[in-house]
Design a protein around this ligand. Structure first.
Ligand code: M6R
Length: 608
């Protein structure tokens, strides 16, 4: 997730200060590097570097770029580390075309090879840089800038919002989108584009939405939209945005957490896009290792538990999951040069995780990591890493990072399984196909279940404690449901493997005690029904997250949240966790807390 802003202003105006101000409003979308380009006649000037906006501004004075047309970008790195060369804008060989991009271009390697063989010289390790070079290539074949851009974008696979500016047409900005967001702003003879309304809200409240598969041409004559496929013109009336600047950043959601819960369909698609070659590198190291440990904290630890189970089931790998702060006591003595440590951390800066990794490195272990922040300390300590591609997570309670971590870990387990031949190729292919169904299933929950879950939250408001129970791969889901609920609502919550609950926890049950069961229709179904009956018989108020049409559990429960379709067991945590994220969110709001900034917690825990 990156932030983009572009503007075409009246002649004689200066775009740069406006771009700077817009990037400030967009910084929440990414902040590991920043860049601006402006066009002044036949002069294209770029200023960019790694670091946050104000650091880069202090170094280069972003505001003194000349000209009324320009584009800015604040980056959340996906391809290529956050260093100067990889910062946007990226330019063609002759620095006549500059491009910024938000998203992932999946087939960039093929295009890059093709262009390199034609003599194009690349300066970055980004996927984005193929765009200016391909446009340049089409221009040399005699196409107009607009046609070259359209043809280029039509060759891209993946998710993108792309904005291009060029000395070829110095008063024009071209932009296009597929999956990644981009909206147009209509001023008084001035035109803007941005990743969201926040980008241009102080400049205009008139906006035009760009749909998937569309491009737009912005110039002093107006904003023209056309279909990428066939250049057919599209007529669309502007809408008026009534949001205040703060809710524009949250895209109309009341809190970042709610926005991030809703982003999960997209963040999962992005997580699933990572090239297979990274998984192959991981798999090779895991298969060669004599021991494997997974280290993480909090939510990332719960994702690690799912990952460990998947590695066992799909690949016969025994990966021991250790809470990072306990690693030196619990596991360090067992670590040697042939060990592999898989560290999972959204921020890549959690001190306990870093300490575990440093200790293991000192003993010669190979460090693999799953992380969401390129350039983080964990990335630098890792032998190889996989980027979750979830985009910045601002809410302190981790939501979209959890689901994208699990998606990455399931793909990893299936890759190791495939290479080891533990599971049939058919089974693995099926599992991977099921993973791709998850974003739509999550979207359905978000579209249809919110009211129901809010009501359940209201009914839980008076509870002095709440319990979460699951079995198998959904023990970690229950643990995650509990963590979300206690960190946001401050209600003491308990989570257990459902079967273990009768060995102690059941003593707490009295009339009306809320017990939430994560109960998909998988191989644990029969046994979890037994656990539900045990709780019910003692007066528990049973709330079950079940597969649609599961009458058996529905009849035993006081409330159910139904999940649309049947899924393979290993995939269920990705979907079944969403109602629990929403439950925690609404309970926090009902109690008058701020779910984005729960008390005593920090987004990144950088102390031991
Ligand atoms: O950035 P990390 O993934 O390393 O963070 C780990 C935990 O601090 C984090 O998951 C924490 O538990 C969250 N607040 C949970 O919502």
């Amino acid at each position: 997730m990156c932030g983009i802003f572009g503007c075409v202003l009246h002649d004689g105006s200066q775009a740069a200060p406006l771009i700077h101000a817009a990037l400030k409003r967009l910084e929440y979308r990414g902040y590991d590097s920043v860049g601006e380009v402006t066009i002044d006649g036949d002069k294209l000037t770029v200023k960019k570097d790694s670091g946050r906006l104000e650091e880069v501004h202090a170094k280069y004075d972003l505001d003194d770029l000349p000209g009324p047309v320009g584009v800015g970008h604040t980056r959340w790195a996906t391809h290529g580390r956050p260093v100067y060369e990889n910062s946007h804008p990226l330019v063609d060989c002759k620095s006549r075309i500059a491009v910024v991009h938000n998203g992932i271009i999946q087939n960039y390697l093929d295009i890059k090879r093709e262009l390199e063989s034609k003599g194009h010289h690349f300066q970055s390790r980004t996927d984005t840089e193929v765009v200016p070079h391909l446009v340049e290539d089409y221009l040399t074949q005699g196409m107009s800038l607009e046609e070259a851009f359209r043809k280029t974008v039509n060759r891209l696979e993946g998710a993108y919002a792309i904005v291009l500016t060029s000395t070829e047409q110095p008063k024009t900005i071209l932009c296009a989108r597929q999956e990644s967001p981009l909206v147009l702003g209509i001023g008084e003879g001035e035109y803007y584009c941005g990743s969201d309304f926040a980008a241009f809200l102080p400049l205009t409240r008139k906006a035009v939405l760009l749909d998937e598969g569309e491009m737009a041409v912005l110039n002093p004559n107006g904003a023209r939209i056309l279909k990428l496929k066939n250049a057919a013109p599209v007529k669309r009336d502007p809408i008026t945005i009534t949001w205040d600047p703060e809710s524009a950043k949250k895209q109309g959601f009341k809190h970042f957490m709610l926005k991030e819960i809703h982003e999960q369909a997209q963040s999962l698609r992005d997580a699933l896009r990572t090239e297979q070659l990274y998984y192959d590198q991981f798999a090779k190291k895991i298969i060669e290792a004599d021991k494997m440990f997974i280290v993480a904290c909090g939510t990332s630890y719960h994702a690690g538990l799912v990952g460990s189970l998947a590695l066992a089931k799909l690949a016969g790998i025994n990966a021991r999951v250790v809470v990072a702060s306990e690693f030196s006591e619990e596991a360090l003595d067992l670590v040697g040069p042939k060990s592999v440590i898989l560290a999972i951390s959204q921020s890549g800066e959690t001190m306990d995780t870093l300490n575990a990794v440093r200790d293991a490195r000192a003993k010669g272990a190979t460090i693999l990591s799953v992380l969401n922040v390129l350039g983080s300390t964990l990335m630098r300590l890792s032998t190889v890493y996989i980027d979750q591609n979830a985009g910045p997570e601002i809410g302190v309670a981790s939501t979209k990072a959890f689901t994208s971590q699990i998606a990455v870990l399931l793909r990893l387990a299936s890759t190791v399984g495939r290479r080891k031949g533990e599971v049939s190729a058919k089974e693995i292919t099926e599992l991977e196909a099921e993973l791709h169904r998850v974003p739509a299933l999550i979207q359905t929950i978000l579209n249809t279940k919110i009211d129901e879950i809010r009501r359940i939250a209201e009914e839980c408001d008076a509870a002095s404690s709440i319990c979460f129970l699951g079995r198998g791969v959904n023990v970690p889901t229950a643990l995650e449901g509990r963590l979300k609920l206690l960190e946001l609502s401050y209600v003491p919550a308990i989570a257990y493997p459902a079967g273990e609950s009768k060995h102690g926890f059941i003593a707490l049950i009295e009339e009306g005690f809320p017990v939430i069961f994560v109960a998909p229709k998988d191989e644990t179904h029969k046994r979890i029904i037994g656990n539900i009956m045990e709780m019910k018989a003692r007066g528990a108020r049973v709330i079950s997250i079940i597969e649609e049409g599961d009458e058996e559990i529905r009849n035993l429960s006081d409330r159910v949240v139904e999940i649309g379709e049947s899924l393979p067991s290993l995939v269920t945590p990705l979907v079944y966790v969403v109602p629990m994220q929403l439950l925690a969110y609404y309970l926090s709001v009902i109690k008058g807390h701020d779910p984005d900034y729960p008390r005593n917690l920090a987004k990144s825990v950088t102390v031991e």
